[in-house]
Design a binder for this molecule. Sequence first.
Ligand code: FE
Ligand code: ZN
Ligand code: FE
Length: 167
Amino acid sequence: MEDSALHELFIGELKDIYWAEKHLVKNLPAIIKAATSQELKDAIQGHAAQTETHVTRLEQVFGLLGQRAAAKKCEAMEGLVEEAKEMIDETEDGSMVRDVAIISCAQKVEHYEIATYGTLSTLAKVMGHTEVENILNDTLSEEKGADYKLTEIAESFVNEHASDEKK
Ligand code: FE
Ligand code: ZN
Ligand code: FE
């Protein structure tokens, strides 16, 4: 199994998400700073702490697989973070439209992660790496939780307040 093409793809995808999680750890502080509402700042702050755990969990996974933890640049995550920065630049500081923009970008990030961890967890299962599968599922649940929380914030007040704002 360890020398199969599928195992190689699995390790490659782990390296990709490892880069992506570390990129988020670096870039989330600026996004938190740019957010308008305290609720959104707190939610992203909370998820930033979880993101550090996601990095640590991936290091555990590499260890369990007898691999050195290595990052491979994730072009997708780089692009998603780039777009978030652009949308922050294009929206007014202190506005609720700014929060709508940040939530939109953050949910794209969460969905990318959900897709990735979903695939990785399924592959770990297929290849019989049960402990790795469990670790990946812990992170998958937190990504889903973060996505849910963002929807809640958007629907509870952000979208409504943003719809009252003038250009
Ligand atoms: Fe994550
Ligand atoms: Zn990627
Ligand atoms: Fe996440």
